[in-house]
Structure formats: C-alpha cells, structure tokens
Ligand binder design. Structure first.
Ligand code: ZN
Length: 485
C-alpha cells in the first residue's frame, strides 16, 4: 500500500484588498516533503494523521509539500500555480500510489482560478488514474464544488465551529481511504446544494451543537460513512459560494443523494438558530456589567484575520477609551509598525503610538494615544487545539486600565496566551475583546465569566444582502426568493 499526502490552503476573501503571493505562504506555513512538524495545523492535519497511521499500520507514506497562507485577498496566479505544480510533480514522482490525500481549506481563489481546489484535484485525478483513492479534508467554510466531488472518492469536512476537530476529521479521511483502497467499502458521494449564502451554525451554541451531535450519530450506521455540512464562505464572489451538504454512503449513490437532501433541508430549516445574537460596540459596557464575574469576552467577529480582513480595526479601542474606569484588554491587532516602535522603546518605555487603522481602506480610523510598553517579544506563539500558532514579534501596551496586544503576523486570537504571555492578567479585566470569529471560544470559555459576539460593522462583509456579487449562480437565497423548498 502506497499513500501520498500533501496540503495546500488558504481562505480567500475576494473583497479584501490584501494580496497573497508565494512569499505569504512561505512566511505563514511552508513545509517541503518530510519537514512537516509533528503537530498538525488547521489545514495540514492529513499529513500528521497519515504519518501516525503509517507508523501503526506499516504502509508506505510519501509526503509532499504542505503550505498555508493566512486568509487574505486574491492569491496571485503564479503563487497558486507554483505551489500546485510543486505538489503535483511530487505526486507524479511518487507514482504508482493507491491513495492520494490532500489537506485543503477549500476556499482558495486565485487570479484566473475561481475553484483552485477543483482545479488541483482534477489534475491529481489525471495523474493517479481512475482506480486510486483520491480524497481531501476541507474546512467547513469551503466552496464545495461539483468539480471536486467529481474528482474525489472522499471529501471530509470539519464538523465543529470552532474547528476543534481538524485532526479527528483528518483521521477519519485516512481511515476511510485505507478501507476503500482495501476494497472494504465503496464510497459514493451525494452533494446537496442548499442554494443559500450566509447560513451556518456555531457548535459552541446549543442549536448548532445538537445538529452536529445528531449527524455525527448517523455515521457508521446503516451504510453511512461520513456526513459533512459545508457552510460556505460568503466573503467570496465565486459561482459556487453557499452552503452544501455532502454525504458519503457505502456503495449506494441513491442513499447518499437522498440523505444529503434530507439533512440539507434540516440545515435550511435551522436558519440562524445556530448562531448567537451579536452585540453592538455601544452596548458592550452595559452587557459586561450585566454579568457578575469577569472577564466578559467579546469577539470582534467581522475584523478577524481568519476571515481574510486586516484585523487592525480600532473601533473597540476607541469605544473602551471612553470608559477609562473599566479594566479592559483588546487583542490581537495586526500592526507591524506599532510593534516595531514598541520594540525600539522596550519594556517600560513610553511613547505616542498610532494604533491600528493603517493597512487598507476597510481598516477604519487609527487611535493615537500615549502608551506605556508593558512587554515585547520576538515571537508570540499561542496554542490552538493541537497546533502552535506564531503571531510573530509582538508587544503589549497599556493606556490606563486598558491593555492592547499588537502583533506583526495576521493571525486570529485563538487563546488567552496571546495576552498572558505578555503579562496581561485577564482575571483582572472586566472586558476582553478578541479578534476572532469563533475559534477563540474553546480556549477562552475556560476563563470567561461570559462570552458574546460583537458586530462592529465590518469589514468582513457581515451581511450577504449588502454584498455586490457578480459571479454567484442565481437564484440563491437571501439574494433571491428561497429557491429550495
Ligand atoms: Zn472555517
């Protein structure tokens, strides 16, 4: 048995004016064959899962390159093509293989390629031939296109949001691929298009939790091998944007199709019940005071670097400076210039600092303030489940009762270590604002008195009905009357 595994991913916000070149991948995560660390990352987990399984089962594993760029705007054509061809050349050199697996976020858009993963998987199929098992793992915020389903035998998505199951789903993919290659199962994939943009759930919220528990319980029963809910990624103007349901059944296409449709209709019926309400900036202080304990954590959901936007919006700093009596913390803002100034001033130094609002037209206004540098570090590394994430050189600055963490790499605020490693004691803060959509939830829920999501108004874009899409297939809800009932 010979298995090839590689990874290529990013999440492209086609509305974000942040270009992505090859260097952006190499700076964020780039591991040539055999150099992937022993810990997985969000989209390279199949490499680590396959390694562990090969060590246990004794099959031959050939590793290709694994690469990831922090979500941003359109990927340069040359960046995508060079990474794609690097990996496909490795696959060609590894032939013959029984299995080829890829870790892919699933929402990469490059100049000239609206479906990068579909393009790459179709090319991989042409290399491995019709008999080999071809599969990939996707983030649930992916564009689950028919082209990918046609190319693959197996596609497995994360079920959890926050994505705490990226390694577990990679293990599922590896296991299903081995069983299929041995002839123990015959995967048939059924795809149902919900024809809507902006749906979804959070598994940190009761309705989403119940939905995922219910579909997970169906797996392994009655010939159902795997169920995936693709939420889509609505900050992308591509034809296949929107939510989809994918069911893999053993040897039974009709069952896969019918169950995908049934679950898809349930997903549509759930509507927004799986997503918690969002607080406006002016209501943050009153909301925090309504809870006895501390800290109360607020997620600045629409200025989250994980969604492809800069992550340097200062709206909440401006808001909290109007309440200087309330101990607060905000982080992590992407601001390489401010970090450089703070590192020059050193810990204990004080200076006038322009914070945030520098990088793009969608970043909003900066805040100018006299700050004291609490701490600096050449590399702020924080955990996210099994992975370790570098935020680059970083600094914490203090303005009275407000602490702000600034970093040089655009990365979302996954865990409290983003603050505590720079000496910010969150147990003494009433309000903590994090730049994250929901991945913060798993780690912050362990220290938070309460958690809320914030709507600071952008720049993500939050509301699909206010987005000018030109490439989307129509009709699709909520742009058109519900096309699926
Ligand atoms: Zn995601």
């Amino acid at each position: 048995m010979r298995m090839f595994v590689a990874a290529l991913g990013t999440e492209t916000n086609t509305f974000a004016p942040l270009p992505v070149d090859r260097d952006a991948f190499e700076r964020a995560f780039y591991a040539p064959p055999g150099t992937h660390p022993s810990t997985p990352t969000l989209t390279t987990a199949p490499v680590v899962a396959a390694r562990a399984r090969a060590a246990r089962d004794g099959f031959t594993l050939i590793e290709g390159t694994a690469a990831w760029a922090e979500p941003a705007g359109l990927v340069a054509r040359g960046a995508y093509e060079s990474l794609r061809d690097e990996i496909l050349d490795q696959l060609r050199a590894a032939m013959p293989v029984d299995i080829a697996l890829f870790g892919m976020h699933g929402a990469m858009v490059a100049d000239g390629y609206e479906d990068c993963e579909g393009d790459m998987l179709a090319r991989a199929r042409a290399i491995v031939g019709p008999k080999a098992i071809l599969g990939c793992e996707h983030d649930l915020h992916c564009h689950l296109t028919p082209k990918r389903v046609a190319a693959c035998d197996l596609i497995v998505l994360f079920k959890e949001f926050p994505h705490t199951d990226f390694l577990a789903r990679a293990e599922d993919l590896v296991d299903l691929a081995l069983r299929a290659a041995r002839g123990e199962i015959a995967p048939r994939m059924g795809l149902f298009d919900c024809r809507r943009i902006g749906g979804g759930y959070m598994t940190s919220h009761p309705a989403g939790r119940a939905f995922v528990d219910r579909i997970a319980a169906m797996e392994g029963q009655d010939g159902v091998l795997s169920i995936s809910i693709g939420h889509g990624f609505h900050a992308a103007d591509v034809p296949e944007v929107g939510s989809k349901v994918l069911v893999i059944a053993d040897g039974d296409q009709a069952k896969a199709d019918a169950l995908a449709r049934r679950i898809g209709l349930d997903f549509i019926a759930m509507g927004r019940a799986g997503i918690p309400p969002h607080v406006k900036p002016d209501d943050v202080v009153a909301t925090a005071k309504s809870h006895a304990g501390m800290p109360v954590v607020f997620a600045d959901r629409w200025d989250n670097p994980g969604g492809g936007v800069p992550g340097d919006g200062a709206i909440m700093i401006e808001t909290l400076l109007r309440h200087p009596d309330i101990p607060s913390a905000v982080g992590v803002l992407w601001d390489p210039i401010a970090v450089e100034f703070c590192r020059s001033a050193g810990a204990g130094g004080n200076l006038w600092l322009r914070i945030g609002g520098k990088s793009t037209p969608v970043s909003g206004r900066p805040v100018d303030a006299h700050v004291v540098v609490r701490a600096v570090t050449p590399d702020l590394v924080i955990p996210f489940e099994q992975s370790q994430v570098s935020m680059g050189a970083a600094a914490a600055v203090t303005i009275g009762e407000l602490d702000i963490v600034l970093a040089t790499k655009r990365t979302q605020t996954f865990s409290p270590e983003a603050f505590t490693q720079l000496g910010v004691d969150l147990s003494r803060k009433k309000i903590v604002v994090v730049k994250s959509s929901n991945h913060f939830h798993a780690a912050f829920s362990k220290i938070a008195a309460a958690i809320h999501h914030l709507d600071t108004g952008g720049p993500f874009p939050p509301d699909p009905t206010r987005v000018t899409y030109t490439r989307v297939r129509r009709p699709i809800a909520p742009l058109d009357p519900d096309p699926v009932v």
